[in-house]
Design a protein around this ligand. Sequence first.
Ligand code: CP
Length: 301
Amino acid sequence: MPKSLISIQDLTKDEMLHILDVAKEFEKNREQDFLKGKVIACLFFEPSTRTRLSFEAAVNRLGARVIGFPDARNTSVSKGETLEDTIRIVSNYTDMIVMRHPVSGAAATAAAIASVPVINAGDGANQHPTQTLLDLYAIKKTQGKLEDLTINMTGDLKYGRTVHSLTEAMSFFRPNFIYTAPQELKMPEEYLDFLKDRKIPYTETSVLEDHLNDCDILYMTRVQQERFTNKEEYEKVKNVYRLTASMLGNVKPNMKILHPLPRINEIATDVDDTPYAYYFKQAGGGMYVRMAIISYLLGYR
Ligand code: CP
């Protein structure tokens, strides 16, 4: 079976560090063309700006070509074709499939059928492993290390797939986690059990101000409106946190604010001009990290 990236747990610690090193190499020289002749499908069954465009830019910078569709409603899925059949067909045309899908587990289903590597570009509320690798890239770049950091993940920890993947990835690096969320959006028990099994310390709070001053990374997330089945429940929590520049007076000097983006209202725009804001640069690194992931899975780095 080809090597796919479905969950961050598909990679060892050494593989993650290798991908970060390769991304650094590509950031120094992004004009590469060793994938000339390859065709990579970007199948996005859910909206995306960063993941899709950075993957497409990565494919182009590596010399390969991209195929995909602008909107899943224009595919034969709208006629009732299954994901399994879609993947069987696209496997015939391409060397790799990058897929985002609203259903948790859809990427694993695709990988089990595909004859080419599959990269999970986000499946429901489950995992977003390529986001995690670019998060690690940003953390390492800003802190100079991944080890012994206090990571405060704030917002929608229930439906936010990025915090699930990041928790698992950081577990290799002796982290101390702070999970800031209202009761309705707290980190799912399976991830807390994962930490307990590994004796990794974590603290839970619902108050944003509680741990702003003792973290190295403040990882903000938006409330994931599209995952709520009940509109009233979303309305109740949609404005739960709003980080403003005035709240950052006593944070650690090298603290950095990350966010997978898009942001809605959880980070005020006055934070953008502070030395702590790193979310736009974080997203910028995504292209190099995705170049590295593609190269690694295809056996070129
Ligand atoms: N971070 C992220 O997945 O952004 P997009 O939804 O824009 O791809």
